[in-house]
Design a protein around this ligand. Sequence first.
Ligand code: C2O
Ligand code: CU
Ligand code: CU
Length: 496
Amino acid sequence: MKKQATTIFLGISLLLLAVVSFIFFRQIDTGSSGLFSNQGGRMPGMGMHMGGEVTTELAPSTEQSNKLVLPPILEGNLTPEDGTSYSITALNGNTQLKEGEPTPTYGYNGSVLGPIIRIRSGEKVEIKTENELDTTTSFHWHGLKVPSNVDGGPHTPIPTGGTADLKFMVKQEAATLWFHPHPIGEAGEQVYQGLAGLIYIEDENSDSLALPKEIGINDFPVIVQDRSFGSNNQLDYTQSYGPDGTYGDTLMMNGTINPYLDVMNEKIRLRVLNGSNARNYQFRLSNSSTFYQIASDGGFLNEPVPMESLQLVPGERAEIILDLSDYKVGEKIQLMEANIVVLTINVTEKTSKKSPPLPKTLNNIPKAEDSTTPDKVMTFSGMGNMVAIDGKQFDMDRIDLRAKVGEKEVWEIKNIRDMMGGMIHPFHLHGVQFKVISRNGNAPPANEQGWKDTIALYPGDSVRIEVTFPEKGIFMYHCHILEHEDNGMMGQVLVE
Ligand code: C2O
Ligand code: CU
Ligand code: CU
Protein backbone atom coordinates (compact mmCIF):
# COMPACT_ATOMS: atom_id res chain seq x y z
CA MET A 1 0.00 0.00 0.00
CA LYS A 2 2.77 2.38 0.99
CA LYS A 3 4.60 1.55 -2.19
CA GLN A 4 1.53 2.41 -4.17
CA ALA A 5 1.17 5.77 -2.46
CA THR A 6 4.78 6.60 -3.22
CA THR A 7 4.27 5.67 -6.84
CA ILE A 8 1.22 7.88 -7.09
CA PHE A 9 3.07 10.74 -5.42
CA LEU A 10 5.98 10.33 -7.81
CA GLY A 11 3.59 10.20 -10.71
CA ILE A 12 1.88 13.43 -9.72
CA SER A 13 5.19 15.20 -9.18
CA LEU A 14 6.39 14.15 -12.60
CA LEU A 15 3.17 15.34 -14.15
CA LEU A 16 3.48 18.69 -12.40
CA LEU A 17 7.06 19.00 -13.56
CA ALA A 18 5.97 18.28 -17.10
CA VAL A 19 3.21 20.88 -16.97
CA VAL A 20 5.49 23.52 -15.49
CA SER A 21 8.25 22.92 -18.00
CA PHE A 22 5.70 22.88 -20.76
CA ILE A 23 4.48 26.35 -19.84
CA PHE A 24 8.06 27.49 -19.37
CA PHE A 25 9.23 26.29 -22.76
CA ARG A 26 6.19 27.71 -24.45
CA GLN A 27 7.02 31.06 -22.99
CA ILE A 28 10.53 30.87 -24.35
CA ASP A 29 8.96 29.96 -27.62
CA THR A 30 6.66 32.95 -27.65
CA GLY A 31 9.42 35.25 -26.57
CA SER A 32 11.79 34.33 -29.34
CA SER A 33 11.38 36.00 -32.67
CA GLY A 34 12.74 33.09 -34.63
CA LEU A 35 10.81 31.14 -37.18
CA PHE A 36 8.78 28.26 -35.95
CA SER A 37 9.29 25.00 -37.66
CA ASN A 38 8.98 21.41 -36.81
CA GLN A 39 12.52 20.86 -37.96
CA GLY A 40 14.07 22.24 -34.85
CA GLY A 41 12.90 22.62 -31.33
CA ARG A 42 12.03 19.04 -30.71
CA MET A 43 12.76 18.12 -27.15
CA PRO A 44 13.57 14.47 -26.96
CA GLY A 45 11.72 12.69 -24.25
CA MET A 46 9.61 15.66 -23.29
CA GLY A 47 6.80 14.54 -25.51
CA MET A 48 6.03 17.92 -26.99
CA HIS A 49 6.92 20.21 -29.82
CA MET A 50 7.93 23.84 -29.62
CA GLY A 51 5.34 24.49 -32.32
CA GLY A 52 2.72 24.49 -29.60
CA GLU A 53 1.11 21.10 -29.91
CA VAL A 54 1.54 18.37 -27.34
CA THR A 55 2.55 15.16 -28.98
CA THR A 56 3.66 11.68 -28.17
CA GLU A 57 7.24 11.06 -29.17
CA LEU A 58 7.93 8.20 -31.53
CA ALA A 59 9.72 5.29 -29.93
CA PRO A 60 12.14 3.01 -31.78
CA SER A 61 10.43 -0.26 -32.60
CA THR A 62 11.20 -3.31 -30.54
CA GLU A 63 9.19 -5.53 -32.86
CA GLN A 64 10.99 -7.88 -35.18
CA SER A 65 11.54 -6.59 -38.68
CA ASN A 66 8.72 -7.38 -41.09
CA LYS A 67 8.55 -7.32 -44.83
CA LEU A 68 6.74 -4.15 -45.94
CA VAL A 69 3.19 -5.14 -46.79
CA LEU A 70 2.21 -3.87 -50.23
CA PRO A 71 -1.44 -3.03 -50.75
CA PRO A 72 -2.97 -5.01 -53.62
CA ILE A 73 -3.89 -3.34 -56.90
CA LEU A 74 -7.67 -3.30 -57.21
CA GLU A 75 -8.88 -4.96 -60.36
CA GLY A 76 -11.64 -3.10 -62.15
CA ASN A 77 -14.27 -4.50 -64.49
CA LEU A 78 -14.70 -3.02 -67.90
CA THR A 79 -18.31 -2.03 -68.37
CA PRO A 80 -19.85 -0.95 -71.67
CA GLU A 81 -21.28 2.32 -70.36
CA ASP A 82 -19.42 3.39 -67.26
CA GLY A 83 -15.82 2.66 -68.15
CA THR A 84 -13.86 0.73 -65.59
CA SER A 85 -15.86 -0.14 -62.52
CA TYR A 86 -14.35 -0.63 -59.07
CA SER A 87 -15.90 -1.70 -55.78
CA ILE A 88 -14.77 -0.34 -52.43
CA THR A 89 -16.34 -1.62 -49.21
CA ALA A 90 -15.55 -0.25 -45.77
CA LEU A 91 -15.24 -3.16 -43.37
CA ASN A 92 -14.66 -4.07 -39.75
CA GLY A 93 -11.78 -6.44 -39.31
CA ASN A 94 -9.00 -7.84 -37.20
CA THR A 95 -5.40 -7.42 -38.25
CA GLN A 96 -2.21 -8.99 -36.96
CA LEU A 97 -0.27 -5.76 -36.62
CA LYS A 98 1.88 -6.76 -33.67
CA GLU A 99 2.98 -9.88 -31.93
CA GLY A 100 0.20 -11.13 -29.70
CA GLU A 101 -3.46 -10.48 -30.20
CA PRO A 102 -4.81 -9.22 -33.51
CA THR A 103 -5.96 -5.60 -33.50
CA PRO A 104 -9.57 -4.68 -34.28
CA THR A 105 -9.30 -2.37 -37.29
CA TYR A 106 -11.22 -0.85 -40.19
CA GLY A 107 -10.26 -1.41 -43.80
CA TYR A 108 -11.37 -1.05 -47.39
CA ASN A 109 -11.96 -4.45 -49.04
CA GLY A 110 -9.84 -5.96 -46.28
CA SER A 111 -9.17 -5.68 -42.59
CA VAL A 112 -6.90 -2.61 -42.67
CA LEU A 113 -6.07 0.23 -45.10
CA GLY A 114 -7.15 -0.44 -48.67
CA PRO A 115 -6.14 -1.47 -52.17
CA ILE A 116 -4.57 0.81 -54.77
CA ILE A 117 -7.15 2.07 -57.24
CA ARG A 118 -5.29 2.47 -60.52
CA ILE A 119 -7.04 4.70 -63.04
CA ARG A 120 -6.13 6.42 -66.30
CA SER A 121 -6.35 10.00 -67.28
CA GLY A 122 -9.14 10.60 -69.80
CA GLU A 123 -11.06 7.49 -68.81
CA LYS A 124 -14.51 6.96 -67.45
CA VAL A 125 -14.56 5.44 -63.99
CA GLU A 126 -17.24 4.06 -61.75
CA ILE A 127 -16.65 3.37 -58.06
CA LYS A 128 -19.28 1.42 -56.18
CA THR A 129 -18.91 2.19 -52.51
CA GLU A 130 -20.48 0.31 -49.68
CA ASN A 131 -20.41 0.81 -45.92
CA GLU A 132 -20.35 -2.33 -43.82
CA LEU A 133 -19.04 -0.57 -40.73
CA ASP A 134 -21.31 -0.20 -37.74
CA THR A 135 -21.05 3.56 -38.10
CA THR A 136 -21.71 6.19 -40.78
CA THR A 137 -18.79 6.97 -43.05
CA SER A 138 -18.06 8.76 -46.31
CA PHE A 139 -15.63 7.98 -49.11
CA HIS A 140 -13.48 10.98 -49.95
CA TRP A 141 -11.04 11.00 -52.88
CA HIS A 142 -8.34 13.34 -51.69
CA GLY A 143 -6.82 15.24 -54.61
CA LEU A 144 -9.31 14.11 -57.24
CA LYS A 145 -10.75 16.80 -59.51
CA VAL A 146 -14.40 15.80 -59.54
CA PRO A 147 -17.77 17.53 -59.06
CA SER A 148 -18.67 17.80 -55.41
CA ASN A 149 -21.40 15.16 -55.54
CA VAL A 150 -18.64 12.61 -56.20
CA ASP A 151 -16.09 14.13 -53.80
CA GLY A 152 -17.29 12.22 -50.74
CA GLY A 153 -17.05 15.00 -48.20
CA PRO A 154 -19.30 15.48 -45.17
CA HIS A 155 -22.27 16.22 -47.46
CA THR A 156 -22.47 12.65 -48.64
CA PRO A 157 -22.56 10.38 -45.58
CA ILE A 158 -23.14 6.69 -46.16
CA PRO A 159 -24.97 5.01 -43.28
CA THR A 160 -24.31 1.46 -42.15
CA GLY A 161 -25.37 -0.86 -44.92
CA GLY A 162 -25.58 2.02 -47.38
CA THR A 163 -24.12 2.18 -50.85
CA ALA A 164 -23.29 4.90 -53.36
CA ASP A 165 -22.45 4.58 -56.99
CA LEU A 166 -20.01 7.23 -58.19
CA LYS A 167 -19.29 7.97 -61.82
CA PHE A 168 -16.75 10.42 -63.11
CA MET A 169 -14.19 11.19 -65.80
CA VAL A 170 -10.53 11.25 -64.85
CA LYS A 171 -9.67 14.81 -65.85
CA GLN A 172 -6.22 15.15 -64.41
CA GLU A 173 -2.66 14.09 -65.00
CA ALA A 174 -0.67 11.23 -63.51
CA ALA A 175 -0.45 11.51 -59.73
CA THR A 176 -0.59 9.62 -56.46
CA LEU A 177 -3.77 10.50 -54.59
CA TRP A 178 -5.50 8.84 -51.69
CA PHE A 179 -8.90 8.12 -50.26
CA HIS A 180 -10.16 8.20 -46.71
CA PRO A 181 -13.35 8.74 -44.69
CA HIS A 182 -14.70 12.27 -44.19
CA PRO A 183 -17.85 11.98 -42.05
CA ILE A 184 -18.59 14.98 -39.93
CA GLY A 185 -16.72 14.88 -36.63
CA GLU A 186 -15.51 11.30 -37.15
CA ALA A 187 -12.76 11.49 -39.75
CA GLY A 188 -10.00 11.29 -37.15
CA GLU A 189 -11.28 8.18 -35.46
CA GLN A 190 -12.05 6.30 -38.68
CA VAL A 191 -8.69 7.01 -40.27
CA TYR A 192 -7.01 6.08 -37.00
CA GLN A 193 -8.82 2.73 -37.02
CA GLY A 194 -7.34 1.98 -40.43
CA LEU A 195 -9.32 3.55 -43.27
CA ALA A 196 -7.03 4.89 -46.01
CA GLY A 197 -6.09 3.79 -49.50
CA LEU A 198 -4.15 5.02 -52.51
CA ILE A 199 -5.19 6.11 -55.98
CA TYR A 200 -2.67 6.01 -58.82
CA ILE A 201 -3.52 8.04 -61.87
CA GLU A 202 -1.53 7.21 -64.98
CA ASP A 203 -1.24 8.95 -68.32
CA GLU A 204 0.91 9.05 -71.44
CA ASN A 205 3.52 11.14 -69.70
CA SER A 206 3.89 8.71 -66.81
CA ASP A 207 4.01 5.83 -69.32
CA SER A 208 6.82 7.37 -71.31
CA LEU A 209 9.05 8.84 -68.60
CA ALA A 210 12.12 6.73 -67.86
CA LEU A 211 11.31 6.27 -64.18
CA PRO A 212 11.03 3.20 -61.98
CA LYS A 213 7.44 2.01 -62.45
CA GLU A 214 7.39 -1.70 -61.80
CA ILE A 215 5.01 -1.77 -58.86
CA GLY A 216 6.41 -3.89 -56.06
CA ILE A 217 9.81 -4.24 -57.78
CA ASN A 218 11.18 -0.70 -57.92
CA ASP A 219 8.05 1.41 -57.35
CA PHE A 220 6.59 1.19 -53.85
CA PRO A 221 3.78 2.86 -51.94
CA VAL A 222 4.70 3.95 -48.40
CA ILE A 223 1.77 5.11 -46.26
CA VAL A 224 3.27 6.49 -43.06
CA GLN A 225 1.10 6.58 -39.93
CA ASP A 226 1.67 6.68 -36.17
CA ARG A 227 -0.39 4.70 -33.70
CA SER A 228 -0.46 3.85 -30.00
CA PHE A 229 -1.32 0.34 -28.96
CA GLY A 230 -3.07 -0.35 -25.69
CA SER A 231 -3.13 -3.61 -23.80
CA ASN A 232 -4.24 -6.51 -26.02
CA ASN A 233 -2.92 -4.50 -28.98
CA GLN A 234 -6.00 -2.28 -29.10
CA LEU A 235 -6.06 0.99 -31.02
CA ASP A 236 -7.92 3.06 -28.48
CA TYR A 237 -8.76 6.36 -30.18
CA THR A 238 -10.44 7.87 -27.13
CA GLN A 239 -7.47 6.99 -24.97
CA SER A 240 -4.89 8.36 -27.43
CA TYR A 241 -7.04 11.34 -28.48
CA GLY A 242 -5.59 14.82 -28.39
CA PRO A 243 -7.66 17.88 -29.35
CA ASP A 244 -4.65 19.14 -31.32
CA GLY A 245 -4.04 15.80 -32.94
CA THR A 246 -3.97 12.16 -32.06
CA TYR A 247 -0.43 10.86 -32.03
CA GLY A 248 1.05 7.44 -31.52
CA ASP A 249 4.47 6.27 -30.41
CA THR A 250 4.64 3.50 -33.03
CA LEU A 251 5.20 4.05 -36.73
CA MET A 252 3.40 1.90 -39.27
CA MET A 253 4.13 1.86 -42.97
CA ASN A 254 1.31 0.30 -45.01
CA GLY A 255 0.22 -1.18 -41.69
CA THR A 256 3.64 -2.79 -41.16
CA ILE A 257 5.63 -2.11 -38.00
CA ASN A 258 9.41 -1.96 -38.43
CA PRO A 259 9.31 -2.82 -42.14
CA TYR A 260 12.02 -3.77 -44.58
CA LEU A 261 12.09 -3.96 -48.33
CA ASP A 262 14.35 -6.10 -50.51
CA VAL A 263 15.38 -4.48 -53.78
CA MET A 264 17.93 -4.70 -56.57
CA ASN A 265 20.79 -2.25 -57.03
CA GLU A 266 18.88 0.21 -59.18
CA LYS A 267 16.86 3.38 -58.86
CA ILE A 268 13.80 2.90 -56.73
CA ARG A 269 10.74 5.07 -56.36
CA LEU A 270 8.86 5.57 -53.10
CA ARG A 271 5.39 7.10 -53.21
CA VAL A 272 5.19 8.47 -49.70
CA LEU A 273 1.88 9.50 -48.16
CA ASN A 274 1.68 11.08 -44.74
CA GLY A 275 -1.53 9.33 -43.72
CA SER A 276 -1.16 10.27 -40.06
CA ASN A 277 -3.86 12.08 -38.15
CA ALA A 278 -1.59 14.89 -37.05
CA ARG A 279 2.13 14.13 -37.12
CA ASN A 280 4.53 16.05 -39.37
CA TYR A 281 7.56 14.21 -40.68
CA GLN A 282 10.98 15.30 -41.78
CA PHE A 283 12.28 12.35 -43.74
CA ARG A 284 15.95 11.81 -44.60
CA LEU A 285 18.23 8.94 -45.47
CA SER A 286 20.38 7.17 -42.91
CA ASN A 287 23.60 8.04 -44.76
CA SER A 288 22.42 11.61 -45.42
CA SER A 289 22.64 11.04 -49.14
CA THR A 290 20.69 13.02 -51.68
CA PHE A 291 17.44 11.76 -53.10
CA TYR A 292 15.19 13.28 -55.74
CA GLN A 293 11.62 14.36 -55.42
CA ILE A 294 9.83 13.81 -58.73
CA ALA A 295 6.20 14.40 -57.83
CA SER A 296 4.13 16.39 -55.36
CA ASP A 297 0.45 15.92 -54.42
CA GLY A 298 -1.08 16.44 -57.86
CA GLY A 299 1.53 15.15 -60.28
CA PHE A 300 5.10 15.33 -61.53
CA LEU A 301 7.26 18.33 -60.76
CA ASN A 302 8.74 20.06 -63.77
CA GLU A 303 12.10 18.54 -62.96
CA PRO A 304 13.55 16.25 -60.31
CA VAL A 305 14.47 18.19 -57.18
CA PRO A 306 17.55 17.04 -55.26
CA MET A 307 16.85 16.93 -51.53
CA GLU A 308 18.47 15.86 -48.30
CA SER A 309 15.29 15.99 -46.30
CA LEU A 310 11.60 15.97 -47.08
CA GLN A 311 8.86 17.37 -44.93
CA LEU A 312 5.36 15.96 -45.22
CA VAL A 313 2.39 17.25 -43.24
CA PRO A 314 -0.74 15.10 -42.85
CA GLY A 315 -2.42 14.50 -46.19
CA GLU A 316 0.64 15.41 -48.29
CA ARG A 317 2.34 13.09 -50.74
CA ALA A 318 5.73 13.05 -52.40
CA GLU A 319 7.28 10.64 -54.85
CA ILE A 320 11.00 10.28 -54.37
CA ILE A 321 13.77 8.45 -56.21
CA LEU A 322 16.64 6.76 -54.39
CA ASP A 323 19.55 5.77 -56.57
CA LEU A 324 20.93 2.49 -55.29
CA SER A 325 22.86 1.69 -58.49
CA ASP A 326 26.23 1.81 -56.75
CA TYR A 327 25.12 -0.35 -53.84
CA LYS A 328 26.52 -3.82 -53.38
CA VAL A 329 24.42 -6.82 -52.56
CA GLY A 330 24.21 -6.95 -48.78
CA GLU A 331 24.24 -3.18 -48.31
CA LYS A 332 21.27 -1.30 -46.94
CA ILE A 333 19.91 2.19 -46.51
CA GLN A 334 17.23 3.46 -44.18
CA LEU A 335 14.53 6.07 -44.52
CA MET A 336 14.54 7.97 -41.24
CA GLU A 337 12.39 10.39 -39.27
CA ALA A 338 14.73 12.00 -36.72
CA ASN A 339 16.41 9.00 -35.08
CA ILE A 340 13.55 6.62 -35.86
CA VAL A 341 13.83 4.12 -38.71
CA VAL A 342 10.88 4.41 -41.06
CA LEU A 343 11.90 1.79 -43.60
CA THR A 344 14.96 -0.40 -44.09
CA ILE A 345 15.85 -0.99 -47.72
CA ASN A 346 18.13 -3.98 -48.33
CA VAL A 347 19.90 -4.46 -51.62
CA THR A 348 19.62 -8.21 -52.00
CA GLU A 349 20.09 -8.77 -55.69
CA LYS A 350 22.19 -7.52 -58.58
CA THR A 351 20.24 -6.30 -61.55
CA SER A 352 21.32 -7.01 -65.07
CA LYS A 353 19.94 -3.75 -66.43
CA LYS A 354 21.28 -0.35 -65.53
CA SER A 355 18.69 2.29 -64.51
CA PRO A 356 18.59 5.13 -67.02
CA PRO A 357 19.49 8.62 -65.77
CA LEU A 358 16.57 10.59 -64.34
CA PRO A 359 14.72 12.55 -67.03
CA LYS A 360 15.63 16.26 -66.92
CA THR A 361 12.06 17.26 -67.67
CA LEU A 362 9.08 15.58 -66.08
CA ASN A 363 6.28 18.05 -66.62
CA ASN A 364 5.49 21.50 -68.00
CA ILE A 365 3.51 23.30 -65.31
CA PRO A 366 3.28 27.03 -65.98
CA LYS A 367 4.62 29.23 -63.21
CA ALA A 368 2.05 30.37 -60.66
CA GLU A 369 0.86 33.92 -61.25
CA ASP A 370 0.39 36.47 -58.53
CA SER A 371 -2.00 39.41 -58.51
CA THR A 372 -1.74 42.67 -56.59
CA THR A 373 -4.75 41.98 -54.43
CA PRO A 374 -5.75 38.45 -53.57
CA ASP A 375 -9.32 37.40 -54.42
CA LYS A 376 -9.70 35.74 -51.06
CA VAL A 377 -7.95 36.10 -47.73
CA MET A 378 -8.47 33.61 -44.96
CA THR A 379 -7.02 33.08 -41.53
CA PHE A 380 -6.40 29.87 -39.62
CA SER A 381 -6.23 30.33 -35.88
CA GLY A 382 -6.51 28.70 -32.51
CA MET A 383 -5.88 25.35 -30.93
CA GLY A 384 -7.91 22.48 -29.54
CA ASN A 385 -11.62 23.21 -29.50
CA MET A 386 -10.96 26.85 -30.36
CA VAL A 387 -9.66 26.21 -33.87
CA ALA A 388 -11.31 28.37 -36.48
CA ILE A 389 -11.06 29.68 -40.01
CA ASP A 390 -11.79 33.40 -40.22
CA GLY A 391 -12.94 33.13 -36.62
CA LYS A 392 -15.69 30.66 -37.50
CA GLN A 393 -16.19 26.97 -36.99
CA PHE A 394 -17.63 24.65 -39.58
CA ASP A 395 -21.31 24.94 -40.32
CA MET A 396 -22.69 22.75 -43.05
CA ASP A 397 -25.54 25.24 -43.61
CA ARG A 398 -23.22 28.15 -44.25
CA ILE A 399 -21.40 28.87 -47.50
CA ASP A 400 -18.19 30.62 -46.56
CA LEU A 401 -16.79 31.49 -49.96
CA ARG A 402 -17.93 31.63 -53.57
CA ALA A 403 -15.95 31.06 -56.73
CA LYS A 404 -16.60 30.65 -60.44
CA VAL A 405 -15.72 27.46 -62.23
CA GLY A 406 -12.72 27.84 -64.52
CA GLU A 407 -11.76 31.26 -63.18
CA LYS A 408 -8.31 31.78 -61.79
CA GLU A 409 -8.14 33.20 -58.29
CA VAL A 410 -5.42 34.10 -55.83
CA TRP A 411 -6.00 33.05 -52.25
CA GLU A 412 -3.99 34.33 -49.35
CA ILE A 413 -4.01 31.95 -46.41
CA LYS A 414 -2.71 33.08 -43.07
CA ASN A 415 -1.88 31.16 -39.95
CA ILE A 416 -2.29 33.55 -37.05
CA ARG A 417 0.21 33.28 -34.23
CA ASP A 418 -1.37 33.34 -30.79
CA MET A 419 -0.10 33.83 -27.26
CA MET A 420 1.01 30.22 -27.20
CA GLY A 421 2.94 30.67 -30.42
CA GLY A 422 0.48 28.78 -32.55
CA MET A 423 1.00 25.59 -34.46
CA ILE A 424 1.42 24.21 -37.95
CA HIS A 425 -1.89 23.75 -39.74
CA PRO A 426 -1.84 21.68 -42.93
CA PHE A 427 -4.17 23.50 -45.34
CA HIS A 428 -6.12 21.26 -47.73
CA LEU A 429 -8.59 22.17 -50.45
CA HIS A 430 -10.97 19.75 -52.16
CA GLY A 431 -11.80 19.41 -55.84
CA VAL A 432 -8.72 21.09 -57.24
CA GLN A 433 -4.96 21.03 -57.53
CA PHE A 434 -3.51 24.45 -56.82
CA LYS A 435 -0.13 26.12 -57.16
CA VAL A 436 1.83 27.90 -54.46
CA ILE A 437 2.66 31.43 -55.55
CA SER A 438 4.61 32.55 -52.52
CA ARG A 439 5.35 31.94 -48.88
CA ASN A 440 5.65 35.15 -46.92
CA GLY A 441 6.47 36.99 -50.11
CA ASN A 442 9.17 34.56 -51.21
CA ALA A 443 9.05 31.99 -53.97
CA PRO A 444 8.16 28.54 -52.59
CA PRO A 445 10.87 25.86 -52.43
CA ALA A 446 11.41 23.95 -55.68
CA ASN A 447 9.54 20.87 -54.48
CA GLU A 448 6.48 23.05 -53.80
CA GLN A 449 6.34 24.48 -57.31
CA GLY A 450 4.16 21.70 -58.70
CA TRP A 451 0.50 20.76 -58.20
CA LYS A 452 -0.55 20.77 -54.57
CA ASP A 453 -3.70 20.02 -52.61
CA THR A 454 -2.19 20.15 -49.12
CA ILE A 455 0.45 22.53 -47.76
CA ALA A 456 2.00 23.34 -44.40
CA LEU A 457 1.07 26.66 -42.81
CA TYR A 458 3.62 27.60 -40.16
CA PRO A 459 2.61 29.94 -37.36
CA GLY A 460 2.74 33.46 -38.71
CA ASP A 461 2.77 32.28 -42.33
CA SER A 462 1.02 34.03 -45.13
CA VAL A 463 0.87 31.82 -48.20
CA ARG A 464 -0.53 32.75 -51.58
CA ILE A 465 -1.93 30.08 -53.89
CA GLU A 466 -3.34 30.08 -57.38
CA VAL A 467 -6.65 28.23 -57.60
CA THR A 468 -8.86 27.39 -60.58
CA PHE A 469 -11.75 25.10 -59.77
CA PRO A 470 -12.41 22.70 -62.66
CA GLU A 471 -15.81 21.51 -61.42
CA LYS A 472 -18.94 22.91 -59.81
CA GLY A 473 -20.26 22.21 -56.39
CA ILE A 474 -19.55 22.75 -52.72
CA PHE A 475 -15.96 21.99 -51.78
CA MET A 476 -14.34 21.82 -48.38
CA TYR A 477 -11.16 23.51 -47.27
CA HIS A 478 -9.76 22.58 -43.92
CA CYS A 479 -6.88 21.79 -41.65
CA HIS A 480 -5.71 18.23 -42.30
CA ILE A 481 -4.92 17.60 -38.67
CA LEU A 482 -7.96 15.36 -38.53
CA GLU A 483 -8.84 16.38 -34.99
CA HIS A 484 -8.83 20.03 -36.07
CA GLU A 485 -11.03 19.15 -39.02
CA ASP A 486 -13.38 17.29 -36.67
CA ASN A 487 -13.29 20.25 -34.26
CA GLY A 488 -14.59 22.51 -37.00
CA MET A 489 -11.48 23.96 -38.65
CA MET A 490 -13.21 23.66 -41.98
CA GLY A 491 -15.10 25.85 -44.40
CA GLN A 492 -16.87 25.45 -47.69
CA VAL A 493 -16.61 27.18 -51.01
CA LEU A 494 -19.48 27.15 -53.48
CA VAL A 495 -18.23 26.89 -57.03
CA GLU A 496 -20.78 27.91 -59.67
CU1 C2O B 1 -7.91 14.39 -47.10
CU2 C2O B 1 -11.04 16.90 -46.72
O1 C2O B 1 -9.50 15.59 -46.84
CU1 CU C 1 -9.51 16.05 -49.59
CU1 CU D 1 -4.88 22.64 -37.56
